[in-house]
Design a protein. Structure first.
Length: 263
């Protein structure tokens, strides 16, 4: 069973302009993940012929804050035209608002029942929006130990609980195994449990957030578990190249990624 492999254009080939990174990733047979598309030449990106698997789906507000939920919806609506022009399948959201460097805009270190309820209701509203436009909103799990302290309901088990409670085809998980390894571990059992709710999977090795084979995660074993469970969707490399931002290092990182998930 073959996976659809994608690479995040924001994290490899950093010495190239973004559109050249997209062309390079596409030229090697990978799909493309994007982050913030605001200020980008969407028409030029679409003209590359690349297949875009995901992009950021909001730029303000908080899923879990009653005062910020409307802003999540409003910002998502503003991004939808770009997503449709690019043919993006999934728009990624997070449990709470991220600022510069991925840090929590308003750090909170304890979740409440109100946060759970608001998160559920906001995701239900995103489901309606996604269904209207033929898009899926994907809630990404994050680690709060290293990269995103102060983001409540960010663990994979929390995001899975929210997505499964919504139980709508236009809301899925963006299951990030780099974050899950740092915060929770037990990745093979996690992917088996999360598979019914998973829209896309992201990978990077730990420590360092580089390509598979540079750290402690046995991604070949994870790939086998995914095949055995019947997954044939997108696996995205959201990782830097261990050799640096250059083209040769990026090529090597993508080759290692492909090898980890090859049939």
């Amino acid at each position: 069973m073959s996976f659809r492999l994608a690479a995040c254009a924001e994290m490899v080939y950093g010495e190239l302009p973004l559109i050249e990174r997209v062309r390079h990733i596409h030229g090697q047979g990978f799909e493309v993940e994007l982050w913030d598309t605001r200020g980008r030449d969407i028409t030029a990106l679409a003209a590359t012929g690349a297949r875009f698997s995901s992009m950021s789906g909001y730029f303000g507000g908080s899923l879990i804050d009653p005062e910020g939920a409307d802003e999540v919806l409003a910002s998502a609506e503003k991004l939808i035209p770009a997503a449709l022009e690019l043919g993006v399948e999934r728009m990624v959201v997070h449990p709470a608002e991220l600022g510069e460097g991925g840090h929590a805009v308003r750090p909170v270190h304890r979740s409440t029942g109100q946060m759970w309820l608001t998160g559920l209701r906001t995701l239900e509203r995103l489901a309606v929006l996604g269904e209207k436009h033929g898009l899926t909103f994907a809630l990404e799990n994050l680690n709060t130990i290293l990269d995103h302290p102060g983001i409540p309901l960010a663990r994979a088990k929390d995001t899975m609980a929210l997505v499964s409670a919504v139980n709508h085809p236009n809301v899925k998980m963006m299951l990030d195994l780099y974050h899950a390894q740092i915060g929770e571990g037990n990745l093979i059992e996690l992917v088996r449990a999360a598979l019914p709710w998973t829209g896309e999977i992201q990978v990077a090795d730990v420590p360092g957030r580089f390509e598979p084979g540079t750290g402690e995660i046995n991604y070949r074993a994870v790939a086998t578990a995914l095949r055995d469970a019947g997954y044939s969707g997108v696996i995205g490399l959201e990782a830097g190249a261990s050799g640096g931002p250059g083209v040769a290092a990026g090529d090597a990182a993508l080759a290692a990624f492909r090898a980890a998930f090859a049939d």
